[in-house]
Design a protein around this ligand. Structure first.
Ligand code: KIV
Ligand code: ZN
Length: 549
């Protein structure tokens, strides 16, 4: 048998459920969030966080708005123990934030955990033991009764420890580790036994946290397990059902979302998904999924640059450029059709209304990004993108006929360099293509006069260094100028397109004009800038003509 053989894996075990209700629900409010960056996230790092890094992470989590933060595993790590002490003794925990600490269900570890918490105003003590079939049978080699007893003992020691430090307001949390690999009725039996010890009330609830320690099934299976659990657990009104999903199959966020539909009240995870193996479920993604569906996530992700900076520093892991909501490229559009669509939708959005922008599920500005970053130009890009960049960065509002002319020139440049073309490159290309072609032709000065309904144009014209007198007449100054040039060059010139605008909002702002001229039936475009519109237009015509001949 070849090594690569799917038959060595067992099919997913589903929950036998006929009364499934979660598929018909929606999420209309945020769950209670608990960040486990400083514990689960930290435990997964090649180099665990240093004390200053932990502090920086803690302060950033508070700034994001977390009200529950698992700050470590103090009985297992001296660094974590010292960190918990530091937070408490230096009074660094805001009144509306509760710290949480993890401990195994062992007496000496629980005692040490309470030592770390002396003086805390409030805290969550989180005790866990593994309950899954694999762990019971292969790792611990204990019966179901023996494993349940570990949970009961742990719960008892947690309760006793709390009673000895009655100045602190305690909340208890229990996790049947590897819940998703545990027979569902047995998971309920163990949790019921813990609840019996703690005797929570609706006023002082216990937290029962149901981890997908390893994600082994599709998210709908997890949702079924959560709904079944909520329907069958004892004292449902006195417990907070919490989720803790990992991302082994890439569905950690989906599993938590469906778990909330299935009745959970609380979600544990990390910012940007750091954690064991493929990571914990990513609270940024789940929170922003809520936000972009019009639900207040009760977390502030507008400080995304700070979040990324601190997470990257503390985990020494780079955020992927395509990470939902946070990656460098997630608001970039390279393709021409996407750019056109985004441009049109943004223009309409700026007139007011809700966010309905094609290809952008969320407004980049909400996450501290800007529209300029959205349109990126490479060989796939179209005219809309190029126009957007020139307008945003340089105030150049190309008319559509000029966009059509310019876009292939930018694409050709991208193909030659095989790279993205920066906004500065685009501006340089625009200048060399349309604004700087007329060095061979120059007007030294001109006069316009009017008689008998006709305009007369006279100019001192320099062509290839020679001074020439230009003369022409027509209906309007432009027609007169074109007539003069046509005569001098002995070519038939016709203005096909013409647009102009000022480049700024001040009285003294320069004007820019764009023209498309037909020269002996060949169309060329040019642009010109000047203090006045006529000067800009004449210059644009000369730029176009000089290019053509
Ligand atoms: O993934 C897990 O099961 C855990 C528990 C300790 C909650 O991190
Ligand atoms: Zn975990």
């Amino acid at each position: 048998m070849s090594q690569y053989n799917h038959k060595k894996y067992t099919p997913i075990v589903t929950v036998d459920k006929q009364d499934r209700r979660w598929p018909n629900k929606t999420i209309d409010h945020a769950p209670a969030w608990c960040s486990v960056d400083l514990r689960d996230g930290n435990q997964a790092l090649i180099d665990p966080m240093t004390p200053p890094q932990k502090l920086e992470m803690f302060e950033m989590l508070v700034a994001v708005g977390f009200k529950q933060i698992e700050v470590g595993f103090p009985a297992a790590s001296q660094t974590d123990f010292d960190f918990v002490r530091k937070l408490i003794t230096e009074n660094r925990i805001p009144d509306d934030v509760t710290i949480q600490v993890l401990t195994q269900a062992r007496k000496e570890l629980i005692e040490r955990t309470y030592e770390s918490l002396v003086g805390a105003k409030k805290a969550i003590v989180h005790v866990y033991n593994s309950t899954s079939t694999v762990q019971r049978e292969q790792v611990f080699k204990r019966s179901k009764e023996e494993i349940k007893q570990i949970a009961i003992d742990g719960a008892t020691w947690v309760k006793e420890g709390a009673a000895k430090q009655s100045d602190t307001h305690w909340q208890f949390q229990y996790s049947p580790e590897s819940f998703t690999g545990t027979e569902i009725d047995y998971a309920v039996e163990v949790c019921d036994a813990v609840i019996d010890v703690w005797q929570p009330t609706p006023e002082n609830k216990a937290i029962i946290n149901l981890p997908a320690t390893v994600e082994v099934a599709m998210p709908n299976v997890y949702a079924d397990q959560i709904e079944w659990f909520c329907d069958n657990v004892r004292q449902r009104d006195a417990i907070i059902v919490s989720l803790h999903t990992h991302n082994d199959r890439g569905c950690g966020v989906a599993a938590s979302e469906l778990g909330v539909l299935a009745g959970a009240d609380r979600v544990e995870g990390t910012l940007l998904g750091n954690g064991e193996r493929t990571g914990n479920m990513d609270i940024v993604t789940m929170g922003m999924n809520l936000y972009s569906a019009g639900v207040d996530p009760e977390l502030n992700f507008s400080i995304m640059d700070r979040i990324i900076n601190v997470v990257e520093k503390c985990t020494q892991l780079k955020v992927h450029p395509r990470h939902p909501y946070a990656g460098e490229l997630v608001f970039a559009a390279f393709s021409g059709s996407h750019q056109d669509a985004i441009n049109k939708c943004l223009a309409l959005y700026q007139e007011g209304g809700t966010w309905e922008v094609a290809y952008l599920p969320v407004d980049p500005r909400d996450l501290g990004r800007n529209y300029q970053e959205v349109i990126r130009i490479n060989s796939q890009s179209g005219k809309g993108g190029v126009a957007y960049v020139l307008e945003q960065e340089h105030g150049i509002k190309m008319p559509r006929w000029l966009q059509v002319d310019f876009s292939p020139i930018v694409q050709a440049q991208a193909e030659v360099t095989e790279a993205e073309v920066s906004p500065q490159d685009i501006a340089t290309l625009f200048h060399s293509t349309y604004l700087e072609a007329n060095s061979s032709m120059k007007l030294n000065g001109y006069q316009v006069s009017r008689s008998e309904g006709m305009d007369h144009f006279e100019a001192e014209f320099i062509h290839n260094g020679n001074e020439v007198a230009l003369k022409g007449e027509g209906r309007g100054v432009l027609e007169a100028f074109i007539a003069a040039l046509s005569q001098y060059l002995a070519k038939q010139l016709v203005i096909i397109e013409y647009n102009e605008h000022t480049l700024g909002h001040n009285d003294g702002s320069e004007a820019i004009a764009y023209v498309q001229v037909s020269i002996d039936s060949k169309r060329v475009c040019g642009a010109g800038k000047s203090r006045d519109i006529l000067g800009a237009t004449l210059s644009a015509i000369l730029n176009a003509v000089a290019k053509a001949i």
